[in-house]
Design a protein around this ligand. Structure first.
Ligand SMILES: [Zn+2]
Length: 275
């Protein structure tokens, strides 16, 4: 049986200018070098026609309060790809941080796929600590509790398959319940790493981003993501502007959307950990 040939897109919606020391516990180079962050949501268009949204991005209110630039609402990018938010039936939430779970109310028809551990983490004792609570928004969490009461929340423990060739995998690390998404494409498996590693350099230097629940688990997760991608596939970081340079622009939205199954060159798509 041949592997499914799904499509998977990265859709950029936000930006934050920052320096390297904000992006590593121990920055590998110049600590003060410019190292902007970009924000993405992702869309899987299955062979069957089913559309699966991965993360919902931050909303305007949160962007203003946190000093982030919102290039446009993430739902605009989805609509350009034929996936208007109100019609979407499945939304994977990689974790509940504000920049990944912020527009859930715009998806009234969706079931949300979340790791049970993330729900426990976001409503449990560690939220009493500012360090862990910092990147969560009360409204996002209460919306997810509402989805649970409406029978629109699928709580996953570990691995789950949404469709042949589209699977979820718990990795933890960044938050207690972070999950990554593996998508089978015509060119191998693409693993959406989300915030397992924000930048290619977090991965290649084996140097964690400073917002982290469990650093050792995060480093184990790097290996897991690489294994999930396999010899032919590749992993995609959650916030690296470089993603826009490594893949084919999507003709219907070339400024902000790339086709993650179509790399532009044979440059190393796996940013392998330093030996
Ligand atoms: Zn993030």
């Amino acid at each position: 049986m041949t592997a499914p040939k799904h499509r998977v897109y990265a859709i950029r919606y936000g930006r934050h200018d920052r320096i390297a020391r904000a992006n590593f516990i121990n920055p590998p180079g110049d600590h003060d070098a410019a190292m902007p962050m970009e924000y993405f949501v992702w869309l899987v268009v299955c062979e069957s026609g089913r559309k699966i949204v991965v993360d919902t991005g931050f909303n305007e209110k949160t962007a203003i309060r946190r000093g982030r630039t919102m290039l446009r609402c993430p739902t605009e990018g989805l609509a350009l790809l034929g996936a208007p938010a109100e019609s979407v039936t499945d939304v994977v939430i990689t974790h509940l941080h504000y920049d990944h779970a912020g527009n859930a109310a715009a998806f009234p028809s969706a079931r949300f796929w979340l790791q049970e551990k993330e729900m426990q983490f976001a409503t449990g004792k560690y939220m009493c600590r500012d360090f862990f609570r910092l990147a969560y928004e009360r409204d996002d969490i209460t919306h997810m509790v509402g989805a649970l009461f409406d029978n629109r929340l699928e709580l996953v423990n570990g691995d789950a398959e949404l469709e042949p060739g589209v699977s979820l995998h718990w990795v933890g690390g960044h938050t207690a319940g972070l999950q990554v998404v593996r998508v089978s494409t015509e060119n191998g498996c693409v693993v959406l790493a989300s915030d397992l590693f924000h930048y290619y350099a977090n991965f290649s230097e084996a140097s964690p981003f400073p917002i982290v629940f469990h650093p050792a688990e995060m480093l184990d997760g790097f290996r897991r993501a690489e294994a999930l991608a396999g010899r032919l596939g590749w992993t995609v970081p959650g916030h690296d502007p470089e993603v826009m340079n490594r893949f084919q622009p999507e003709p219907s939205d070339p400024e902000h959307t790339v086709r993650l199954w179509e790399p532009l060159s044979d440059q190393s798509l796996h940013a392998r950990p330093a030996p």
